[in-house]
Design a protein around this ligand. Structure first.
Ligand code: HAM
Length: 430
């Protein structure tokens, strides 16, 4: 048997054997619905970009020093040749590309966009860490106001609240402006260089490319060195403007009652951030993994070739991780809704009539029918299995009288309804 690739999941209908909550198609749809409601009420519009992009976009956007670009890219080959494309590992660089390429500046500022869809990273697979995973992503383009930062963070909070999650914490930090980050990296270089020998191979490389990334290392020997050195946090290195901006963001969140903890030394896994950066965590998915994260990326558009700066801020949730957190808290999803009506014919002769009635009923409500004749007992059992509210069987009597007897499957109540009154009845009772 051919199997699906490692680190991917099939999204399956409710009731599938062995279904894990992060692979339930209806659970993913539930997250999409809640996100759409919260984000569209805040004025965000849906956007979708291709699953694959120029490798150059991801390299320049996400950054050459990141694990994503160095180790986790899926490159696309066609006709045996490297096509110069990669499967997108995230949504921000593609959305900024689409904004620039399609002249979306004309839609005014700020422009709030959101999307959901699969992302691809060749990671070491474990619970909550997949090679094809799914994000809800929000981007606000064209504003450098601290209100844009605070609103973005608050929208994440509104979504987890709407989902009923209680155990989420927001870890909020700032990685300053580029010159602040350069000063911090200089400080880190000075600090780590005498310990070069003890660092992992990856971190030796990070020391030249981007020393801040050492702080995020998963290597135990690196972490031991970090603990020993009592490293000063990034927040100590913020310039006056970045510090004032950070203070404003925190003030807005406090005013709105959005709880957060200040994380003085946040490191994100992508290179485009400046100033505000944050992550959402939950005990159900482990301390090392985030439920979601985001930040400001005012330099990204120019990195991709734009003449002018386009300030931007945004975030993404991992949908699978949200679902694992919901499972951890015992939260359930709305069960799949069965049809309002289920019909079956008692004999072959009336199957076509049943099909026609069900198709007519669909103008007002969900309606399903049996492709084959069924005995009444069997028909009502099948209607029940499908979660139908009303069911009826049709044979010669019903056909002759042009009416059917609808049975309410939860109360047992029976109602006789003429064929031509079926839709009116369903409108009122579906
Ligand atoms: P990120 O932190 O790389 O940010 O990913 C956001 C979220 O996607 C993570 O917090 C996690 O929930 C989920 N995620 C990432 N990798 C995996 C994986 N291998 N398996 C399962 N879930 C995963 C970004 O992607 C940025 N584009 C967010 C952003 C938008 N920043 C500004 N705008």
């Amino acid at each position: 048997m051919v199997k699906r690739p490692k680190g991917t999941k099939d999204h399956l209908p409710a009731g599938s054997p062995g279904l894990s909550p992060d692979a339930a198609a209806s659970a993913h749809a539930h997250i999409h619905r809640i996100a759409a409601q919260v984000l569209e009420r805040a004025g965000a519009q849906f956007i979708a970009t291709p699953m694959f992009e120029e490798a150059d976009l991801v390299q320049r956007g996400v950054g050459g020093s990141t694990d994503i670009v160095r180790k986790e890219m899926f490159t696309v080959y066609y006709a045996g040749e490297h096509g110069g494309y990669v499967l997108r590992p995230e949504g921000t660089a593609p959305i900024v590309r689409a904004y620039l390429e399609n002249g979306l500046k004309q839609l005014g500022a700020p422009l709030k966009l959101w999307t959901h869809g699969p992302m691809f990273r060749a990671e070491n697979v474990q619970k909550g860490r997949l090679r094809q995973f799914h994000q809800v992503d929000y981007e606000c383009l064209g504003s450098s106001d601290a209100l844009a930062d605070a609103e973005a963070i608050a929208l994440m909070w509104d979504i987890v609240t709407a989902l009923g999650l209680k155990g989420v914490s927001i870890q909020l930090g700032s990685i300053g402006d580029p010159q602040d980050r350069a000063a911090y990296n200089e400080y880190l270089r000075g600090l780590f260089t005498p310990h070069l020998e003890g660092l992992s191979e990856d971190s030796k490389d990070r020391l030249t490319r981007n020393p801040m990334r050492i702080l995020d290392s998963k290597s135990e020997s690196d972490q031991a060195i970090i603990a020993e050195l009592s490293v000063r946090p990034m927040l100590d290195f913020l310039g006056a403007e970045a510090a004032a901006h950070f203070e404003q963001v925190r003030q807005h969140l406090t005013d709105w009652g959005v709880p957060f903890e200040t994380d003085p030394s946040i490191v994100r896994g992508l290179d485009y951030y400046r100033r505000t950066a944050w992550e959402l965590h939950h005990q159900g998915i482990g301390a090392k993994s985030a439920l979601g994260g985001g930040g400001r990326y005012d330099g990204l558009a120019q990195e991709l070739g734009a003449k002018d700066e386009v300030p931007g801020i945004g975030w993404a949730f991992g949908i699978e991780r949200i679902l694992l957190a919901m499972e951890d808290e015992g939260l359930s999803f709305p069960a799949a809704v069965g049809p309002a009506l289920y019909l079956a014919a008692l004999d072959d002769e009336h199957v076509a009539l049943v099909a026609a009635l069900a198709r007519q009923a669909r103008q007002v409500a969900g309606a399903d029918f049996s492709f084959r004749r069924r005995g009444a007992g069997q028909a009502f059992k099948e209607a029940d299995r499908r979660g139908a509210r009303w069911a009826a069987v049709i044979g010669s009597n019903e056909a002759a009288q042009q009416r059917l007897t609808l049975k309410n499957l939860s109360s047992g109540e029976q109602v006789a309804v003429p064929f031509d009154g079926l839709n009116i009845f369903l409108k009122e009772n579906a």
